[in-house]
Design a protein around this ligand. Structure first.
Ligand code: FPP
Length: 245
């Protein structure tokens, strides 16, 4: 792993390239997603070892419903298996799981599996793994606005009370610091409706490596690069993240 530098507190990943990985091997797309689950396991381990506190994984976007029904069904099945098979490993490694997104529109078995994971790991104090499921940055902001409108309608707050802090508190990520570093694999350089509000000042790191090939080596490269970045948040020199050796 990386020897020294600033560790991002929160790393968020757009896991891309499963389909291309499968195509390159003459395999069905779902084989790419299955290999992607193995990359998830490696990455969770690498993040824990590096001292990252929060790791968000974009597992299913609000746009992914546009994919063929068979692929969507396969992805849901993989999520259920991951939540069930990894629960013991997550629990014994002091990893907490949180889910963000419009999960009530997901199949019931997915909801139950991920909620079980959340419940069983809620007291863990190590790495928090945040699964973004049926998540979209626009959905998150609209959902937060609706909640604020409801509060205004109930006369709990006044429209003039609404500010960045109040809105942040209604986002799915409440209590989680904004990502310091966003990684996207497979050479694509887009945010694709990921954590739109939360990524306002995130550092972005792209790699051509396809998600199923991602592992500790690529995580180390990303962290090295992050350590070299100067973060100014629109102002002058300022750094965030903890120093480790
Ligand atoms: C993008 O690759 C990947 C996804 C839309 C799904 C990511 C899901 C997993 C890695 C498996 C389940 C996750 C967890 C957390 C257990 P793509 O299909 O868009 O690839 P392509 O652009 O090459 O077609």
């Amino acid at each position: 792993m990386v020897k020294a530098g600033r560790v991002p507190e929160h790393v968020a990943i757009i896991m891309d390239g499963n389909g291309r990985w499968a195509r390159q091997r003459g395999l069905p797309r779902l084989a790419g997603h299955r290999a992607g689950v193995e990359a998830v396991k490696r990455t969770v381990e690498a993040a824990g070892k590096a001292g990252i506190r929060y790791l968000t994984l974009f597992a299913f976007s609000t746009e992914n419903w546009k994919r063929p029904a068979r692929e969507v069904k396969g992805l849901m099945k993989l999520l259920v298996h991951y939540a069930a098979n990894e629960l013991e490993t997550l629990r014994s490694n002091n990893i907490r799981v949180r889910v963000i997104g419009d999960i009530y529109s997901l199949p019931e078995e997915v909801q139950e599996a991920v909620k079980k994971c959340e419940r069983a790991t809620k007291d863990n104090t190590g790495l928090t793994v945040i699964l973004a499921l049926n998540y979209g940055g626009k959905w998150d902001i609209v959902h937060a606005c609706k909640k604020l409108c409801e509060k205004v309608a109930r006369a709990e707050i006044r429209p003039e009370d609404v500010d960045e802090e109040l809105l942040s508190k209604e986002l799915a990520t409440v209590g989680i610091p904004d990502p310091d570093l966003v990684i996207r694999t497979s050479g694509e350089k887009r945010i694709s409706n990921f954590l739109l509000w939360q990524c306002a000042y995130s550092e972005l790191w792209y790699t051509d490596v396809l998600w199923p090939d991602f592992g500790s080596k690529e995580m180390a490269q990303a962290l090295m690069e992050f350590g070299r970045r100067h973060r100014r948040y629109g102002g002058l020199e300022k750094t965030r993240g903890r120093t480790y050796s």
